[in-house]
Design a protein around this ligand. Structure first.
Ligand code: B12
Ligand code: SF4
Ligand code: SF4
Length: 239
């Protein structure tokens, strides 16, 4: 039987920056239809992995470098998931990859509200890879919110990682909520219709460009909890 340590070592060798493991019991409060066992009934564990976006990409005024880097990271994570399937099959473990971004199925057209087949940020929290900030994004201790998340579902029970409970959002901080130009954040979720209307453009040639990431950029934990981003966090910004 392969150990959690060996699986993580394979994932890191495939190019991920971080890896954690969750049992399926931690998804009990996910909405019905969006639990790992709803996607793959044989699922017993979820392996979640992160890739870091280079810190300075978000500081470029032109949105193209950020958009393209994000697209490359989605592809890289999907490829890691696919390669992990092949590797674990050698150990007689059956694996189903979870798509990193699109496609998904659930779409409420009226509210322009989508749901991924599972919520990657909740999966990453469950796998001990960080906390969820008030902007809803995963904050990893070392890499902050500048991470993208991939996952695969395993038919085998593997020892889970403990969830992170020794840091949280800065008390009273609402930098991300106040920074959102369309007030799409309420501290619990994102009003997707508002965010979508502002944060993407469809280029006439067909591709999408991300035109906003303010809630990510202003977070003092953007680059990790020990490297608070200089220049954005002052005593005046918090209650
Ligand atoms: C749809 C989507 C969006 C939507 C909604 C974002 C969101 N926060 O949910 C919009 C268009 C707004 C969006 C924007 C962005 N996105 Co986006 N997006 C997704 C996508 C494809 C699905 C997310 C989803 O299902 N949301 C709907 C549900 C989960 O949210 P909800 O309605 O609030 O859910 C409630 C309940 O249903 C319940 N729930 C749902 N599932 C579960 C599970 C458990 C265990 C529990 C307890 C509860 C629970 O809890 C919620 C609170 O009540 C994911 C990829 C994925 N599969 O996860 C990427 C993802 C969330 N996006 C990502 C990114 C990077 C962005 C942007 C920064 C892009 C940009 N502009 O640069 C912005 C950030 C805006 C923001 N503050 O979230 C990353 C986030 C990485 C990180 N560090 O957390 C993800 C994870 C992609 C990835 N694979 O890395 N995105
Ligand atoms: S990406 Fe921009 S529009 Fe969307 S929630 Fe964040 S700050 Fe608001
Ligand atoms: S800006 Fe403040 S409230 Fe928002 S996620 Fe970061 S620490 Fe949390």
């Amino acid at each position: 039987m392969i150990s959690a340590k060996e699986i993580k070592s394979i994932v890191l060798n495939l190019g991920a920056d971080k890896c954690g493991i969750s049992g399926i019991d931690r998804f009990y409060s996910a909405p019905e239809g969006f639990r790992p066992t709803d996607i793959y009934s044989n699922c017993k564990s979820v392996v979640v992995f992160l890739k870091k976006m280079p810190s300075e990409v978000i500081m470029a005024e032109n949105p193209v470098p950020y958009s393209h880097t994000a697209d490359l990271l989605y592809s890289a994570l999907d490829q890691i998931g696919l390669n992990l399937c092949s590797k674990l099959e050698e150990f007689n473990i059956q694996v189903v990859p979870v798509v990193t971004d699109v496609p998904y199925i659930h779409w409420d057209a009226e509210n322009q509200h989508a749901m991924g087949i599972i919520s990657m940020r909740h999966a990453a929290f469950n796998a001990g890879l960080g906390i969820l900030g008030r902007n809803t994004l995963l904050i990893n201790r070392e890499y902050g919110n500048m991470v993208y998340i991939g996952a695969v579902l395993l038919d085998t029970e593997i020892e889970p990682d403990p969830v992170v409970d020794d840091f949280c959002c800065l008390p009273g901080c609402r930098l991300c909520l106040d920074a959102c130009p369309v007030k799409a954040l309420n501290g619990i979720t994102v009003i997707q219709k508002r965010c979508r209307g502002f944060s993407f453009i469809q280029h006439p040639r067909g591709w999408e460009i991300y035109t906003c990431n303010a809630c990510r950029k202003v977070c003092p934990y953007r680059n990790g909890i020990s490297r608070k981003s200089a220049g954005v966090f002052t005593e005046n910004n918090i209650d």
